[in-house]
Design a protein around this ligand. Structure first.
Ligand code: FE2
Ligand code: FE2
Length: 269
């Protein structure tokens, strides 16, 4: 028996459910060799999607990727619904073996940001990300990581308040005394770790500390400064940014001090 078949989808990206469907069909139809064909349309370019499918099928001896559909063999189009789940911010729905690659390149981060955040919040995140990149470049830090931290730091800012409160109750009861406006820094870590499968501790810690400004790492300082001084903020931050480009700690201290003064003033208004 050497029955062969092709399974087609956009694989944007390839998901757990698609791989499961392929394996179930192969078993049911007694197919020995399966080829996965990546259709042309998709958010990621086709080469990238093919690369991800290759990673996903590495673990399966009888599965491989084909560039063209060979003539004369059965073709099974797959249900692609589960791909949307990934693009909405659930990387656990992505096929095993590709989640790290998605995070390495920040695949779908822009789509996830637009899905989870209001347009004004997404614009702030993009602007923060750009400034993070500049600060990282000025201080020899990893630009890509800093950019991604900026992009994702407010990912739960527009999340349902009841869900945020539940996460706080379960994971951070000792931090519930902070104002609910601060909670998103903590709940973002759960989202990034549990749904986006990001496990870089420095990255998560920078997000965790981005509101209170108590992070010690270079990345934490970069994110804290960029979040407070990015150009869509309605006040002039050129003095703070100029200082931070020269001296990160001095820049962070100045921004921190000004934030404290602002909060004091607000209390007395
Ligand atoms: Fe924030
Ligand atoms: Fe922010």
């Amino acid at each position: 028996m050497s029955k062969t078949a092709v399974f087609t989808a956009s694989f944007d990206p390839v998901t757990v459910r698609e791989i499961q469907a392929v394996r179930a069909l192969m078993k049911k139809e007694h197919i020995r060799t399966g080829y996965l064909y990546v259709r042309s349309e998709g958010i990621l370019d086709r080469k990238r999607r093919m690369f991800l499918v290759r990673l996903a099928v590495k673990a399966y001896r009888h599965l491989s990727v084909c560039d063209k559909i060979p003539a004369g063999i059965p073709v099974y189009p797959l249900d692609e619904d589960s791909e949307q789940e990934v693009r909405n911010g659930n990387f656990r729905a992505a096929a095993r073996g590709i989640r790290r690659a998605l995070n390495d390149q920040g695949d779908y981060y822009q789509e996830i940001l637009d899905h989870l955040c209001k347009p004004s919040r997404a614009a702030h995140a993009r602007s923060t990300a750009e400034l993070c990149r500049k600060l990282a470049k000025a201080h020899g830090a990893d630009e890509k990581t800093a950019y991604f931290a900026g992009l994702l730091h407010d990912i739960t800012k527009n999340a349902d308040p009841d869900i945020q409160q539940n996460i706080m109750r379960i994971y951070y009861p000792e931090l519930m005394h902070y104002h609910p406006n601060v909670w998103h820094s903590f709940t973002a870590v759960n989202k990034l770790r549990d749904d986006l499968c990001i496990h870089d501790r420095k990255f998560l810690n920078a997000v965790f500390t981005h509101t209170l400004g108590d992070g010690k790492s270079r990345l934490s300082k970069i994110l804290y400064i960029a979040d407070k001084t990015e150009p869509t903020r309605s006040w002039d931050c050129s003095r703070e940014v100029d200082l931070a480009m020269k001296d990160l700690t001095a820049g962070r201290d100045l921004v921190y001090q000004e934030a404290q003064e602002y909060m004091e003033r607000e209390k007395h208004v």
